[in-house]
Structure formats: C-alpha cells, structure tokens
Write a protein that binds this ligand. Sequence first.
Ligand code: 13P
Ligand code: SF4
Length: 315
Amino acid sequence: MTQKELTEAILQLKKQKNAIILGHYYQRDEIQALSDFTGDSLALAQVARKAECDIIVFCGVHFMAETAKILNPDKKVLLPDLEASCSLAESCKADDFAPFRAAHPDHMVISYVNCTAEIKAMSDLICTSGNAEQLINSLPADQKIIFAPDKNLGGYINAKTGRNMLLWDGVCTVHDALQAESFIKLKMEHPKAKMIAHPECNAAVLQVSDFVGSTKAMLNYIAKTDAQEIIVGTEPGILYEMRKACPDKTYLVAPTNETCSCNDCGYMKMNTLEKLYNCMLNETPEIILSDELIEKAKQPIVRMLDMSQQLGLIK
Ligand code: 13P
Ligand code: SF4
C-alpha cells in the first residue's frame, strides 16, 4: 500500500474500532500527522488518563504505552512495535534498582517517567521533564530523594533546586551524545540563533543553552522568542511540530559529533505506518501487565498527575 492508502486505512480502522491514536513529538512525521493527539510525555499521560475509547494506540515508546495501560487497565493499549524501548528504561533494571533503594530506606524515590512499570512500582512519585523541577521544589527542603534513572535530568534539577538528590547512573544515549562543541560551532556560524535543549542532554550542553525544557516547553519557547534561527538540541522528530507551529523560523539541528549529523532515537523511529496499520488491524502487539503491577505502578503516576494539577501545570 502507498503511504496515502495506509493512512486512509488506519483512519478507517480507527473509526471502526473506536480507537484513539496518541503520538509523541519524536514519531515519524506521517505518524504525527494522523495522530488524534500529539504531545510530550506529560500531556500524553494526561490524555491517556481521560481517553474515552475502546482502544488506545500509542505511537511512542514502550514505557509511554505502559503508562497509558496503567492509567486505563480496562482498555486495550496497542504499541506498533513492542521492541520500541528506551535507553533510560533499559539502564535501570528492577533487580539492580531494588538493592539500591533498599540501601537508602530514608529516601523518597522519584522516578522519571522514562522507566519500566516495575521501576514505577518501586517509586513514590513519577515526574516528567515537563514537571520535575516544580514537583521536586514543592517537597520539603530536607526530604532525602533518590532520583532515577536519568542522571542528566537529575543533575540539572539538583543544580536548579539546590538539592542533593542521589542519582541513578542512567542516560538517554540520544541526548547524552550531543556535544556542547557542536552547539558552539553552530552558534558561531549563526550568532543570532537561540540554543534550546532537552534536560536529558549532558551538563555541558545545558550550560551553553539559552533555554532548557521538555519537548512541549521547547515548543512554547520558540513560539515566544523573537529569534528567527533556533539551534535544536533534541530528537529531530520535534521539527515536524516546530515547523507547523512556527513555519517562518529556521531550525538547525545540533549534530551529535563531527561525523554524525543524526540524532534520531532508533526506538522512537521503530514505529512505522505499516506497523501501525497492522497493529490496528490485528489488535496486537498489546501491552499486557498484571493487575498487581498496575495497582502498584499507578499510585506514583496518579500522585504526579494530581500534584501537577494542584500546581497548575496541567488542567
Ligand atoms: P518529553 O517528556 O519532553 O516528551 O520527553 C520524552 C523523551 O523521551 C525525551 O527523550
Ligand atoms: Fe528514550 Fe532517549 Fe529515545 Fe527519549 S530519546 S525515548 S529518552 S532513548
């Protein structure tokens, strides 16, 4: 089938099966184009919580689809490719994390949403890059905290809040590979450009950036800034929404290094139109989790959504 035929067939199946398609900003353009809702992890979790449908088709990575399932245990949640994992989730296995947590019983565990359901079940609170700073700031100053699994995001929050959270040693291999030197080189070539970066980037990149924020926060930033040129320090899938929102600006993707100009997240790009069509037709692969795991993992996610609402971060 051609791309157009696949798109039509997917939209037809969506109607037939009373499904909703959620797409992360890092998905392929053609998937974002047909999604009912595109967003960052926080927004997608919120939409998933309120979804009125029989099937949620999650075009993103595994931990995102798991989060949707945890919030909607009675709904069928499909992910076009079950192998679409995340290097952060992979870096923090439950068997390794359990003894780390047990060694610090006086610490509260805050986990970045980019982790498996098992890690969520061992956490007191979940956060996303869109709410981490505010959620952590709202906790008592003397609260001892373990932050997992992203040491770059955790280090950034430590620096912003003056806390000393204990950090799990994980990184997003896509963002961590971005080099401050590449940003600076681009900035020298385009002195009027503003540099924006996702907090999963390493500390050197964050230091040279004009703005640091989640995918949604970066989109808000480009809509507000007068700058015409933007140096983008994140996965290039976001350019689809950036070009849609601010078509007159120029977007320069900071290359990973001198020899590689591709910052694609291999996991995010595993979902294709063809896999999306097949998964909707056959209603598989489906996210299956035990009731016990759902019950345990749900509490810290709901706590995050409730706190975010109280803090006015989401409606
Ligand atoms: P956002 O929460 O900013 O959408 O980020 C998700 C992610 O996987 C970043 O690499
Ligand atoms: Fe995970 Fe990084 Fe890909 Fe985001 S970009 S899904 S953090 S590997």
